[in-house]
Design a protein around this ligand. Structure first.
Ligand code: ADP
Length: 165
């Protein structure tokens, strides 16, 4: 049975911080699924298919990484796919409280474990929402997001439609 892990998130859009975690997870596990959480109540900047396209392009060089999406409980998706571990990046202590609660809930609901990875210090200040804000006001985000995202942002930002989140 291959050891499978999941990196869940909104990925609106994927950043170099996310990719750093995905790459490191791909060296530890046989297969890594990057899964976009679909939250109908939360309107993002990018549509689901755009987030998936950007992720697919940015992770194409990893042979054992695939992209998917899900609604509902993360642990249900994990059980359907035979995934035993959630990999999460921790940027700062402020991330920890909520992540700890979710990890404990997922463990108690379905025995799904969580592995916390310290974020690469290069990216500890980085979030999707900050990238969108900086890009909206014309700032240079080329060191913070993969090329696929730069292109999508360039096509979107001049219209001034960047959302929060
Ligand atoms: P969410 O909507 O859950 O915040 P994100 O797409 O922003 O989703 O992030 C998904 C996950 O990616 C986070 O829970 C965290 O584990 C990780 N992550 C986010 N930003 C970074 C970063 N800069 N460095 C490392 N990991 C990160």
């Amino acid at each position: 049975m291959p050891r499978r892990a999941i990196c869940p998130g909104s990925f609106d859009p994927v950043t170099c911080g996310h990719l750093d975690i995905v790459e490191r997870a791909s060296r530890i596990y046989d297969e890594v699924v990057v899964a976009v959480m679909i939250n109908p109540a939360k309107q993002g900047l990018f549509a689901l298919h755009e987030r998936i396209d950007m992720l697919t392009e940015a992770t194409a060089r990893y042979g054992n990484v695939s992209i998917d999406s899900f609604t509902g409980l993360l642990v249900d998706f994990c059980q359907q796919r035979g995934i035993g571990v959630v990999v999460k990046g921790l940027r700062a202590v402020s991330d920890f409280d909520y992540e700890l609660q979710m990890a404990q809930m997922n463990q108690s609901l379905a025995g799904v474990e969580t592995l916390f990875m310290p974020t690469n210090p290069l990216y500890s200040f980085l979030s999707s929402s900050l990238v969108k804000q900086v890009a909206l006001y014309g700032g240079d985000v080329s060191a913070l997001v993969p090329e696929s995202v730069q292109r999508h942002l360039a096509g979107r930002v001049p219209t001034g439609t960047a959302g929060a989140g």
